[in-house]
Write a protein that binds this ligand. Structure first.
Ligand code: NAD
Length: 257
């Protein structure tokens, strides 16, 4: 399967799932645009290295996904895209009555509104070509809830709803819109939480992973960034031409419970 001649923009892709998705799309032949809000030499180097390893064009474009104008500007600066992966996301955990308003606003802006802005900016170019893929990285928390994550869960449920609407507005136009709903994925962000959990719970690494972090994931195994990348490549393939407006869970059975 080749995505040669397709340009992919992946928001929030200088680490974790976004970078894994970029790797998978580049391996399938796509030109990739990496993004985050920083503008460091190492961000641009990351894109150069990724492009060189896969023999594809690759660029890094800095844009802050908490700002609508910069979201739309990312699409314009890239010259449009054939594949849009809305991945940028942050988390904050607190009971609703203690949840800081600025954290709520920031999570809604980055995790939900950014996808509205980038999609609105990208769709005209996709329609002109009669081909496009919108892949939103939602979460198992786009389908189920947990306490203390009100903003994240509201935003991820919103992403699933936005995905369905985009699918209806683009149906029959060669464009699909879908949401991938990962369970826990072992990214640097999650890895960094393990030592603290070991200390708080007095457990070894394996027990923390199995009994604390993956309590709700029946497989008791993390999903991997490679698996999310592979699912994205599938959604970009011809096999998925009629897969639109849906969610694909990559969660070890979490949402089957
Ligand atoms: P991560 O922290 O490694 O990646 C988040 C990315 O978003 C980073 O590249 C970061 O630089 C970027 N980002 C943050 N704020 C930004 C901003 N204002 N503008 C542009 N980019 C910004 O975390 P991750 O685990 O790879 O998460 C990626 C996505 O996957 C998120 O939407 C997250 O909600 C979702 N997700 C993660 C998991 C998991 O277990 N890791 C599970 C389900 C869903």
């Amino acid at each position: 399967m080749t995505l040669t001649a397709k340009r992919a923009i992946i928001t929030g892709s200088n680490s974790g799932i976004g970078l894994g998705v970029a790797e998978a799309l580049a391996a399938a032949g796509a030109e990739v645009i990496l993004n985050s809000f920083t503008d460091r030499a190492e961000d641009h180097e990351l894109a150069r290295d990724l492009g060189a390893r896969h023999g594809v064009a690759a660029r890094y474009i800095a844009a802050d996904m908490s700002k609508g104008g910069e979201c739309r500007g990312l699409i314009d600066k890239a010259g449009g895209c054939d594949i849009l992966v809305n991945n940028a996301g942050i988390q904050f955990v607190a009971p609703i009555e203690d949840f800081p308003t600025e954290k709520w606003d920031m999570i809604l802006a980055i995790n939900l509104s950014s996808a509205f802005h980038t999609t609105a900016a990208a769709l005209p170019g996709m329609r002109a070509k009669g081909w496009g893929r919108v892949v939103n990285i939602a979460s198992a928390h786009g389908l189920t809830a947990s306490p203390y994550k009100s903003a994240y869960i509201a935003a991820k449920h919103g992403v699933v709803g936005l995905t369905k609407t985009v699918a209806l507005e683009t149906a029959g136009q060669g464009i699909t819109a879908n949401a991938i709903c990962p369970g826990y994925v072992l990214t640097p962000l999650v890895e960094a939480q393990i030592p603290g959990q070991m200390q708080v719970n007095g457990m070894d690494r394996e027990t923390v992973i199995r009994e604390v972090m993956l309590l709700r994931q029946p497989s008791r195994q993390f999903a991997t960034v490679e698996q999310i990348g592979g699912t994205t490549v599938y959604l970009c393939s011809a096999s998925a031409d009629q897969v639109t407006g849906t969610t694909i869970s990559v969660d070890g059975g979490w949402t089957a419970l």
